[in-house]
Structure formats: C-alpha cells, structure tokens
Design a protein around this ligand. Sequence first.
Ligand SMILES: NC(=O)c1ccc[n+]([C@@H]2O[C@H](COP(=O)([O-])OP(=O)(O)OC[C@H]3O[C@@H](n4cnc5c(N)ncnc54)[C@H](OP(=O)(O)O)[C@@H]3O)[C@@H](O)[C@H]2O)c1
Length: 329
Amino acid sequence: MKALLCKAFGPADTLVLEDLPSPEPKKNEVLIEVQAAGVNFPDTLIIEGKYQFKPPFPFAPGGEVAGVVKAVGEKVSHLRAGDRVMALTGWGGFAEEVAVPAYNVLPVPKSMDLTTAAAFGMTYGTSMHALKQRANLQPGETLLVLGASGGVGLAAVEIGKAMGAKVIAAASSAEKLEVARNAGADELINYSEQSLKDEVKKLTGGQGVDVIYDPVGGALFEEAFRSIGWNGRFLVVGFAAGGGIPALPANLPLLKGASLVGVFWGSFAQRQPQDNAANFQQLFAWHAEGKLKPLVSQTFPLERGGEAIDALGQRKAVGKLVVQVRQGA
Ligand SMILES: NC(=O)c1ccc[n+]([C@@H]2O[C@H](COP(=O)([O-])OP(=O)(O)OC[C@H]3O[C@@H](n4cnc5c(N)ncnc54)[C@H](OP(=O)(O)O)[C@@H]3O)[C@@H](O)[C@H]2O)c1
C-alpha cells in the first residue's frame, strides 16, 4: 500500500510517497481502506516535530480518515469488513490503509459521503463538545467565533446556529468572512482591519458576548477576552497564530464574573465516550436535516498531500482540505 511519509522532521515538501507492507490489525484494532483523509492543524506541527506526539520514523501524517473496514482484530465485535467508517488516527491517515484502535472508529451514516466524513469528526466533534459540555451555550445567547472560516471555527459557527445562538464571526479577511456568512453567521468582524473589542461593543449594545470560541490565540486572545460579557465563558481551543501560549491578567475574569474554559476534545472522547457518541448522534441528525453543511473547499490526491498541509500552515485554507486517497469516495 502507498503512504505519504515523513522520514525526517521538516517542511511539507519533504514528504515522500512510498510503498509499505499492509498493516496487520492487532486484536483491538480495525484495518481501514482509506478513501479520504481530513487535514487538520496538528498535521502542520507533527511533520515539523513541534506536536505533543513525535511518532517514530517513517510515519505518515493524517489525523483522521474515512473509508471502508477491510478487517478487524479478534476482539472487535461491533464493526465488520465492508462497513463505512470514520476514524481518528492521530497520524498515519495519509496512506491507503491504516490500523486504528476500535474505540476511535465510528460508523458513517448513509446520509454522509466519505469525503465529508473525513472532514467531519475532528472539527465538528471539537466544536460540539466545546459549545455543549464546556460552554453550555443557550438559545438566544451571543457567540463570538474567532478564525471563523477555519476548520473548527466554521464548525462552531454552524453548531452555534443549530443551538439557537446569535453568531458573530471574526476572521482576517473579507473572503473568509463571506465563507462564515454562508455558513449562517449573523454578524461579521474583520480583525485585520477593525478593533474586535469596539465592534463587539457596537454589536451587543455594550453588553459583550456570552461565549467566545478561540482556536487562534496570539494577540487576539486578550483583546477578545476584554469583549466578554457578564457570566461569559471563554473557550480556549487552540493557538493557530503561534508565537507562544497567551496569558491573561486574572482581574479580567474577576471583573466580568467570567470563566476561562479549556477544551480538549480528544481527552473528552476517551474519558466520556458515551457523551461523545451522543454528541455525534446529534451532529449526524443535524447533518441529515441540512443544518450542518461541512465545507470541503479543496481536495488533493495522496501524492500532493504536502500541499494541503502547507496551505493550512500558510493560513490560506477555508473550511476543510481533504486528501482524496482513493477515487469514488
Ligand atoms: N482543543 C481541541 O480539542 C482541539 C481540537 C481540534 C483542533 N484544535 C486546535 O484548533 C486550532 C485550529 O485548528 P484547525 O484545524 O481548525 O485549523 P485551520 O483550519 O487552519 O484554522 C485556523 C484558523 O486560525 C487562524 N489563524 C490565525 N493565525 C494563523 C496562522 N499564523 N496560521 C494559521 N492559521 C492562523 C486562521 O483564520 P484567520 O486567517 O481568519 O485568522 C485559520 O482559519 C489549532 O490550534 C488546533 O490545534 C484544538
């Protein structure tokens, strides 16, 4: 089977397509014939040796896939060969086959094609957990989403609307904001040109927002926190802007009676699998009803998977990029 391999830490153009023997599923694993692999921010870090996990060389990047079960280990009973599935892989997804622990594999409903499924789990799973379990977002509340045209950001816009919130999308360009508007955002802020705090003040009649979803970090972090309202919840999702982990003066949450709330979806899925499964039932139902329309803005063949990672790292992507490992997904 073919895999796009990282053989030494470096930029995306150093990845090489090679033939490897097919993996054998261990007793608790599922072997998947990969149709498509979603591209996520950690892929930009893992190939550079900057991620929390450093897999042994050679490894393929690719943290999530969708495809068809080829074989299962002897202890796997809820899946069988031929099932359409999506899975979190951590890495190894940019390959024709990957073996994954069964607890990281979910059946894909008939209503969803496999390219969409490859772009769905990480982003919608994260944003649903963030807005439901961590923020307890209520209908009628105001949600501010930073990086609102990116993978997790755009999912947060759609889920926020599905939960009945008023959504303010914030992003770095007019083109990106248009993507967020098409996903249902009620109001738009271009934080390259406008003051986030002043615009939020105008849009909320000086009240501030109830919930802030922040996958960007950097200089926006504190500025965004200053636009939170009384009883607000600020979701710490990620640090795509780089430049170190931001810090917050502790008087800011005190003055607003506000909370700084961490979001770690991978850990939640492992520790609370039933809650995560319930989240996905709701997400699949919303998708089937047309309330969620995941945006796959571009697909790449396996040999050009490095270009997809590069586009994400260069802040050029909108919605999701997908590596189409096999045709016909
Ligand atoms: N906590 C969790 O459980 C969890 C789960 C999944 C992902 N994450 C994290 O969430 C973040 C976003 O992931 P993603 O897959 O949605 O990424 P993405 O699609 O690339 O979106 C990130 C957004 O961040 C903004 N950004 C600002 N500065 C940037 C820079 N220097 N480089 C790239 N983007 C920049 C961009 O929007 P603008 O240009 O509009 O600013 C971009 O749309 C990452 O830090 C990821 O690790 C966390």
